[in-house]
Structure formats: C-alpha cells, structure tokens
Design a protein around this ligand. Structure first.
Ligand SMILES: *[C@@H]1O[C@H](CO)[C@@H](O)[C@H](O)[C@H]1NC(C)=O
Ligand SMILES: [Zn+2]
Length: 420
C-alpha cells in the first residue's frame, strides 16, 4: 500500500510537470435551441435518453432549452425532435470556441480600451487589473477577497475618490462565479475601466467615485475560470472533489450558507452542474467571499452588491430560495430594477427582464444574492444575467463585449443615480 502510494505520488509529479491537461474538444458539436412547449417532459426525456447537456438547467415549460449535441448523437437527436422548431446556436461549437480563444497580445504597461475587443487569458486579466491600477496609483489598489480552493487569490481592484480610501460606503461587484460565463469578467472590468479613466473628465463619474468605494472582482471563481481555459470551456463549478463521488466541482453559487437546505433549488448530485455541496458553505470560495464581505460591511457599510452572470438578459432581485418570500425592500428593489432595464434598453435597444430570481428564472438556493441581502445586509442587492437570450449563449462573440459593457454600465449607472 505504502509502495503503491509513493509510486503513484511520483507518477503524479512527473505527469503534472510533463503534461498539460488534455483539452475537451467540442469540434463538430452543435448547440441548438428547442422550444420546450407547455409540457416539459418531452424535451426532458430527449435530453435524458440521449445523455445530452443543457446550458440553462432543466428544460422549463414555455421556454427554450439550449442543448449541446455531440456529432454521434445528431441522427438520434434529429429523429427525436422531428416536428419541433429547432434552431442552431452554434453550427460547430469547437470552431466558435477556437475563435473566441485567440487571445491578443497584451501589455500591462499600456492598458487601453482595445482590451474590450477580445477575450483574454486569466494571467492577462490579472495583468489588466495591475496595469489599470498602475495608471491610477493614487486612487486605486489591487485587493484580494481571500483564496480559492487551489490557492488562487480572488483578485479585484478597489477605487476611491477625494475622501481617500476605505471611508465611503462600499459597492462590491462580482463576476464569473460560474466559470464559463466569460462575458461577466469583461463587463466587470469595463466598469472599473470606465470609472477610473473618466474620473477626471466626467463630473458625474467623479460624483460616483467620491461618494462610494468601489470593489470590482471580475473572476470570483479563479480555479474554474482557469480550467475553462486549460481544459473545458464549458466548466461551471469550482474544482472541489466530493467524497464517494468521482465527479468534481461544487457550484459556488448554490453553496452560500443561507436557506441552503431548502429543497428544489439546487442539486444534491455531485455530478450535476448545480451541485450544492455536501453542506452549506463548504466551498472555500464561499468562506473567503462571505468573510471578506462581512469585513467590508462592518468597516465601511455595504451600499450595493451585484453578482454578474450570463446568459438570458435579466436583472434580478432577492429571493432565489423561495418564490413567496418577499424582501423587506422589495418595492424599492423592483423600482430600481425596472429603471435599470429601461436604462439598458435606452443605451442599446436590448431588452432585459427584471424581477425576483425565483419567479424570473428559477428557484435557486444558496446564491450569493440571498446571503448578501439577508446575512451580510447590503442596502441593495441584485444579480444580472448578461447577453444574450440564446443566439450564442456562453460563447458570445467578442464584438459584443463592448456593447455588453456599455449597456450593463447604463443599468449600473441608473442604480448609482437613484439609490437612496
Ligand atoms: C493598447 O493595448 C494593446 C494591447 O496591450 C497594445 O498592443 C497597444 O500598444 C496599446 N495602445 C496604446 C496606444 O498604448
Ligand atoms: Zn451563472
């Protein structure tokens, strides 16, 4: 036993040094959109019988299901969906991913708006924050909200205005807790870039930054995000193992330890995309993010928290764990959310829906929003699903980064202008 262990240990070392993890190939895979109809069981059966994966959880009655189909399953899938209006999101997912992953050269010393013309490696995201910070050394700093399971710092940028740092109420923005939602990273970075680069020239932006301390964390699930770039572009969870299962990953955004045990809003199956963890709050990322938030709240107060996701074009409020529980601030939150989506529409013409998570998208337990609203006690709490509504889904073309950032900023700006 001892010998075996050490041989395996040695092999592990050798292979870790010599081999990169093999990339999951999506060459020839299609992503298709199917109207579910009023009885969800038909599409649900097709998905389970053919062993397909979906992009937005279980098929829901009256909505669309976005389904990934491997080449060897095309024939069976076509047969099973005969008579349904199937549309194609990605003709060849592997090709779409390859295009998206052509990361351009990047220089930390010359951070500029061309950043928003493409997606980037995780190392370059850290470089972008560093380079941006170095351009504004007197009003920004790099911060970390603790560490991930694998020891990656959950890195962000903190901005402040004329009062100096750490004085004004905090606004905290999270992106990419779900690793494959790359547009979230870019949008959160756009906010930081927009505020810093326009502080001197825009009295409105100066007003925002003088009034609040901003903390932007573009990637709160660094282990998962790195894994989407080394190994599997469609990875969602963290990289935590579960005893008794060979499946890896806990869904950090089903693990926040508030109303965690309510049933029906997450999976108890370690292989599922929305696996809630073995106990409430058992992800290192939850522990790190929540204790950091609670520290900020007691130090500066927490005015606003937003968790950015993709995709579906939604702007949502508490709660996820229940469709009947109503937040004490519900009237004001709905009014702000309604204003934010109107501002988004005015900016880009894109339509976002708004409302409480549970009734707008689905029941979800253990999400950051419910926890931050009720346990941390942020004055205002939202979560948004960014573009699109199902043309490209997670693999959103790079020419939509800048318009996504601009429209999301329009919604954010509405909140900054209208929060009490
Ligand atoms: C803008 O950034 C890109 C990427 O880092 C860099 O190649 C380019 O030189 C920069 N442009 C300017 C004007 O600094
Ligand atoms: Zn998400």
């Amino acid at each position: 036993m001892k010998l075996l262990l050490s041989v395996y240990g040695l092999l592990g070392l050798v292979s870790a040094a010599a081999l990169q993890p093999r990339k999951v190939s999506y060459d020839g895979f299609k992503v298709v959109r199917v109207p579910v109809g009023m009885d969800a069981s038909k599409v649900t059966d097709i998905v389970s019988q053919l062993g397909l994966s979906t992009w937005k959880g279980a098929p829901q009655a009256g909505r669309f299901a976005d389904i990934v189909v491997a080449p060897e399953k095309f024939d069976a899938f076509t047969k099973a969906t005969q008579g349904m209006e199937v549309s194609v999101m990605h003709e060849n997912l592997g090709e779409s991913i390859a295009q998206e992953s052509e990361f351009p050269d990047f220089s930390v010393a010359a951070v500029n708006s061309t950043w928003f013309n493409a997606y980037h490696s995780y190392a370059d995201h850290l470089g972008f924050l560093k380079g941006l910070q170095q351009q504004y050394p007197s009003q920004s700093e790099i911060v970390t909200s603790g560490s991930s399971l694998q020891g990656n710092a959950i890195t962000g940028i903190h901005l402040w205005g004329s009062a100096g740092k750490g004085v004004k109420p905090a606004i905290v923005i999270h992106g990419t807790v779900h690793a494959r939602e790359w547009i979230g990273t870019m949008v959160v970075e756009y906010f930081a870039y927009n505020l810093l680069t326009n502080y001197a020239s825009s009295s409105e932006i100066k007003g925002f930054v003088d009034k609040y301390d901003f903390y932007f964390f573009p990637v709160v699930n660094p282990d998962g995000f790195i894994y989407t770039q080394t190994t599997d572009r469609l990875w969602r969870k963290n990289r935590q193992s579960t005893s008794g299962s060979s499946c890896v990953g806990h869904d950090i955004n089903r693990n926040w330890n508030y109303q965690w045990s309510v049933s029906g809003g997450a999976s108890t199956n370690p292989c599922a995309e929305d696996f809630k963890g073995t106990s409430g709050g058992d992800t290192p990322e939850f522990k790190a993010l929540s204790s950091w938030l609670s520290g900020i709240k007691s130090k500066q107060g927490l005015k606003l928290f937003i968790d950015y996701h993709s995709y579906s074009q939604l702007f949502m409020t508490p709660y996820g764990y229940s469709c009947t529980a109503v937040s004490t601030k519900n009237t004001e939150l709905q009014s702000l959310a309604r204003g934010a989506v109107a501002a988004i529409k005015a900016q880009s013409g894109y339509t976002y829906q708004y409302g409480p998570i549970c009734s707008t998208i689905y029941k979800a337990t253990g999400s950051s929003v419910d926890y931050v609203n009720d346990v941390i006690g942020s004055d205002y709490t939202f979560t948004s699903e960014l573009r699109d509504t199902g043309n490209y889904g997670f693999v959103l073309p790079a020419n939509q980064i800048l318009p996504s950032g601009q429209e999301a900023y329009a919604g954010f700006r509405y909140l900054l202008l209208n929060m009490r």
